[in-house]
Ligand binder design. Structure first.
Ligand code: GDG
Length: 471
C-alpha cells in the first residue's frame, strides 16, 4: 500500500491492536478490546483509513506498517527511556495529575518535557507521511497535545481535530505547568478541539485567553500568523464519548453471559445485594472513598455479609508510577483490614480482584450486580457507568454515580453522590439498595434510553461533522 494515501488518519498513543508472540517466534496482532476501535470502525467505511500509534512494547526502531481489519497501521516506536519519560513520566505523572484536580501532586522534570516533544514530533512525522492531500487527521488525548501544531507546520492542507478523553483543568491548575503556553500552541494547530464536557471546553478557551493572550469569542479562539495577522479560528466544544451500546447490549443478552451472571451470584452465595466496582487501579477513581463508605456501613451494621457483599475489580494500571504503587498498597491494606473484621467463613466482605477480564466476563459481572459503584473524584467521562446501564437490558440494578464524572452530565437520574462526602455516599448506596424495584426500573429505563441513543458511533460521527464544519 503506498504511503500518503489515506483520507482519514487517526493518531493515538496506542495502536488498536496488541502483539501476541507465539512460542515458535511468530507474532500475531489481535484487535484490542474497547469502544474507540469500534467507533473508528464505524467511520472508516467509504474512507481510506490509517492509524498511527505505539505498539505498547519498547524498541529502538518501529515495526513495519501493516494492514489489520482493513485499516493501515503505522507503528511509532518508543525506546525504553521514552516509555519512562514521555509516557510514564510526562503523560502520567505530570499531565494526568494536573488534569485531574491534582488529587496527587504532579512531578515536573525538564527531561520529561523534552521526551514529550520528541515523541510528539515522531507521531506528527508519521501522520504527515500517511495523510493524503486534504485528509482528515484525528488526534487523540493528552499524550499528543503538540501533534496538531506539528502536523499543521508541515501539512497546512489537512484538517486537524483533537479529542481530549480526560478533563481539561481549570486555568488555576493548568497554570502550574511550566510548559503551559507550548501546550496551548500545540493544540491550537487544530481546526477543532473536542472535549467531554462543556466545562472542559470552556477551561481550554479561558486558558488560551488568560495564559496566552489569544483572542477568544464564545467557543472559538482566533490564531494569528507569524506577522501577527489574525487568520484562523479554532473551535472548542463538548462532544461526550460513549460506548458501543448495541454491541454490548447484544452481548449481555447472550445465554452464555446470562448463565455466567447466575453462576457468579451462586459462587458468591447468592447474596441479597451484590455491590460492584470496576476500575483501573487509579487514584482518580475514588476506590478508597468507596471502601471507606462501605466499611462504615459495615461498622454501623447497615450492611452485613453474607447477605451483602462487594466485588471490586481493580485492573492493574501504570504500576511503575509511584503514586499508583502507593495507591495499590493502601487499597490492599484497607481490603485486608475490612475482611479481617467483617468477613464470615466462606463469605468475604470484599472480593478484591487485581486482574483484567475478557469483555464477556465484564458483561456477566454487570448483569450480576445489584448496585454499581462509580465514585471517581474526577473522571473525563467514565465508560464503566455507561457500559453497566446498557448491559441491563433486564432493567435491573442501580447505578451510584459521582458528580465528578463526565457521565454525570448525561446520567443525572442515577443515585448521584459526592465521593468526598462519606455520609452522602453512604446514603446514596443505601438508597440504591433500598429503593423499591419498580422505581429503580424506571430510573434504569431512562438511563438506558440516553446511552442507547447517544452511542459511540454517534459520537464519532458528530466529532467528524464538527471537524469538517458540518456542525
Ligand atoms: C479514559 C478517561 C474516559 C476496565 N477493566 C477491564 C476492562 N475495562 C474497560 C472498561 C472501560 C474501560 O476499560 C475504562 O474506561 P473508563 O472510561 O472507565 O476509564 P479510563 O480507562 O480512565 O479512560 C475516561 C475514557 O478514557 C474514554 O474517553 O471515559 O474518563 O479517564 O471500557 O470496561 N475491560 C476488560 N477487562 C477489564 O478487566 N475487557
Amino acid at each position: 500500500m503506498p504511503d500518503t494515501a489515506f483520507d482519514l488518519v487517526i493518531a493515538a498513543n496506542r495502536l488498536p491492536v496488541d502483539r501476541v508472540s507465539h512460542p515458535d517466534g511468530s507474532v500475531e496482532w489481535r484487535r484490542s478490546p474497547g469502544g474507540l476501535v469500534t467507533a473508528m470502525e464505524s467511520v472508516m467505511p467509504g474512507r481510506e483509513g490509517a492509524w498511527v500509534g505505539w505498539t505498547g512494547q519498547p524498541g529502538d526502531s518501529a515495526d513495519a506498517p501493516f494492514e489489520h481489519d482493513g485499516v493501515y497501521l503505522r507503528p511509532v516506536h518508543l525506546t525504553d527511556e521514552e516509555v519512562s519519560e514521555y509516557y510514564e513520566g510526562f503523560s502520567n505523572d505530570t499531565l494526568w495529575p494536573i488534569y485531574h484536580d491534582v488529587i496527587v501532586p504532579a512531578t515536573f522534570h525538564r527531561t520529561w518535557w523534552t521526551a514529550y516533544e520528541t515523541v510528539n514530533r515522531r507521531f506528527a512525522d508519521a501522520v504527515c507521511g500517511v495523510a493524503a492531500p486534504g485528509a482528515l487527521v484525528w488526534v487523540h488525548d493528552y499524550q499528543l497535545q503538540l501533534v496538531p501544531a506539528m502536523v499543521r507546520e508541515r501539512r497546512p492542507d489537512v484538517r486537524i481535530g483533537w479529542f481530549d478523553h480526560i478533563p481539561f483543568p481549570p486555568v488555576e491548575l493548568f497554570a502550574q505547568l511550566p510548559w503551559r503556553k507550548r501546550i496551548i500552541e500545540g493544540l491550537l494547530g487544530a481546526d477543532f478541539l473536542g472535549f467531554q464536557r462543556v466545562a472542559d471546553a470552556r477551561n481550554f478557551v479561558r486558558a488560551a485567553r488568560q495564559l496566552g493572550g489569544w483572542t477568544t469569542r464564545g467557543d472559538t479562539v482566533t490564531v494569528a500568523d507569524a506577522e501577527g495577522v489574525e487568520h484562523r479560528t479554532v473551535r472548542a466544544a463538548a462532544v461526550p464519548i460513549s460506548v458501543d451500546a448495541r454491541g454490548l447490549a447484544e452481548l449481555a443478552e447472550t445465554p452464555e453471559v446470562k448463565a455466567r451472571a447466575a453462576e457468579i451470584r451462586e459462587s458468591l452465595g447468592n447474596p441479597t445485594t451484590l455491590l460492584l466496582g470496576v476500575d483501573r487501579l487509579d487514584y482518580t477513581k475514588g476506590i478508597r472513598h468507596r471502601l471507606k463508605a462501605y466499611e462504615e456501613l459495615l461498622v454501623e451494621g447497615r450492611v452485613k455479609p453474607p447477605e451483602v457483599t462487594f466485588v471490586q475489580v481493580a485492573t492493574p494500571s501504570r504500576e511503575r508510577v509511584n503514586a499508583y504503587a502507593q495507591l495499590r498498597s493502601e487499597v490492599e491494606g484497607t481490603v485486608g483490614r475490612i475482611n479481617g473484621e467483617y468477613s464470615v467463613l466462606g463469605a468475604p466482605a470484599v472480593h478484591y480482584l487485581h486482574h483484567s477480564y475478557p469483555r464477556e466476563e465484564m458483561a456477566a459481572l454487570f448483569l450480576a450486580a445489584d448496585v454499581m459503584l462509580v465514585t471517581p473524584l474526577r473522571d473525563g467521562m467514565n465508560l464503566v457507568a455507561k457500559e453497566y446501564v446498557v448491559c441491563r437490558t433486564d432493567l435491573g440494578g442501580a447505578l451510584v454515580l459521582s458528580e465528578f464524572t463526565g457521565a454525570y452530565h448525561e446520567l443525572h437520574q442515577a443515585f448521584v453522590c459526592n465521593p468526598h462526602d462519606i455520609e452522602g455516599l453512604k446514603q446514596a448506596i443505601m438508597h440504591a439498595i433500598e429503593m423499591p424495584e419498580a422505581q429503580k426500573r424506571r430510573v434504569m429505563r431512562s438511563l438506558r434510553r440516553r446511552v442507547m441513543e447517544h452511542d459511540v458511533q454517534r459520537w464519532a460521527a458528530r466529532f467528524l461533522a464538527n471537524l469538517t464544519g458540518e456542525l
